[in-house]
Write a protein that binds this ligand. Structure first.
Ligand SMILES: NC(=O)c1ccc[n+]([C@@H]2O[C@H](COP(=O)([O-])OP(=O)(O)OC[C@H]3O[C@@H](n4cnc5c(N)ncnc54)[C@H](O)[C@@H]3O)[C@@H](O)[C@H]2O)c1
Length: 271
């Protein structure tokens, strides 16, 4: 008996990265998974791999920036699987080269970041909740980010959008909790996913110094958190933001430098 046995789950942005890991894991735990992505061919491949493992999955084209496409994803779920119990709103991102400081960013980033990260999440919840209620309730797992939890020099538009996801998550929990819908969010730290623009080694090294786990995050780290929040194991958890970042954000920003300084001082090499 899987942890999501016979539940119907949508994972958005599920052709690659965190979404793909979440779709596979939920299917292994017995869910019927809708693999939704802009890249339909890649989504079909993920669904086919799930079926090849003995799981159940369908693929659907989703442009999360387009309301009609979100509505079509929910209709696909209803007509294919007849119910909806889990919505993992995973899709998101920004162009970090252009989404910089408030005055420095390319202004076209603003609408794109808000639409892809916040509006798509809001609209997917709005469309999914009636089907979830008709299915007896369910669990929504939204995606925010570590960058929404403190100030930084970039990416301003993305962080504002992900901050909106935090507030919105609590509103959904409050408005629908008594009707059997839970809504939580995951705030990932740096997770190594295949991206068009790989992160420079210097940036990876900085994160390595600041991560208590002493390794970088993997898509499965987020997928396991999403599985828990989607499953009945978390039935008493609602409206929460779960940081899954290897401990980057939990400690003072001076910690790594102070530990190094103390090490040098103990050898008489620092003042
Ligand atoms: N990877 C990280 O370090 C990290 C850190 C914090 C938060 N996050 C968040 O986690 C989520 C997943 O991140 P990831 O790194 O796996 O992303 P990714 O870029 O690796 O994958 C995103 C997926 O979304 C799809 N997609 C892109 N635009 C779409 C659209 N308009 N409609 C439908 N699908 C679309 C892509 O085709 C791809 O399959 C995002 O919300 C991201 O903001 C990631």
């Amino acid at each position: 008996m899987g942890r999501l046995q016979d539940k119907v789950a949508i994972v958005t942005g599920a052709a690659l990265g965190i979404g793909r890991a979440s779709a596979r894991l939920m299917a292994r735990e017995g869910a019927k998974v809708v693999v939704a992505d802009l890249k339909l061919d890649a989504a079909e491949s993920v669904a086919a791999a799930i079926r090849a493992e003995g799981g159940r999955a369908s693929a659907v084209h989703l442009d999360a920036m387009d309301r009609a496409s979100i509505e079509a994803m929910i209709e696909h779920t209803r007509s294919t699987w007849g119910a909806l119990h889990v919505l993992h709103n995973n899709v998101g991102g920004t162009d970090v080269a252009r989404d910089t400081t408030l005055t420095g960013m390319d202004w076209s980033c603003w609408d794109g970041a808000i639409n892809l990260n916040l509006t798509s999440t809001v609209y997917a919840c709005r469309c999914a909740i009636p089907l979830m209620l008709a299915s007896g309730g369910g669990a929504i797992v939204n995606t925010t980010s570590m960058v929404a939890l403190s100030g930084d020099v970039r990416p301003t538009a993305y962080a504002a959008a992900k901050g909106g996801v935090i507030s919105f998550t609590r509103f959904v929990a409050t408005q629908y909790g008594r009707q059997g819908i839970r809504c939580n969010a995951i705030a990932p730290g740096l997770i190594l996913t295949e991206r068009a623009t790989p992160r420079p080694q210097a940036v990876l090294d900085i994160f390595e110094r600041q991560t208590l786990a002493k390794r970088h995050g993997e898509p499965e780290d987020i997928a396991y958190a999403a599985l828990f929040l989607a499953s009945d194991e978390s039935l008493f958890i609602n409206g929460q933001i779960i940081e899954v970042d290897g401990g980057v954000h939990v400690h003072n920003p001076t910690t790594a430098d102070l530990v190094e300084w103390a090490g040098r001082a103990s050898k008489g090499g620092a003042t």
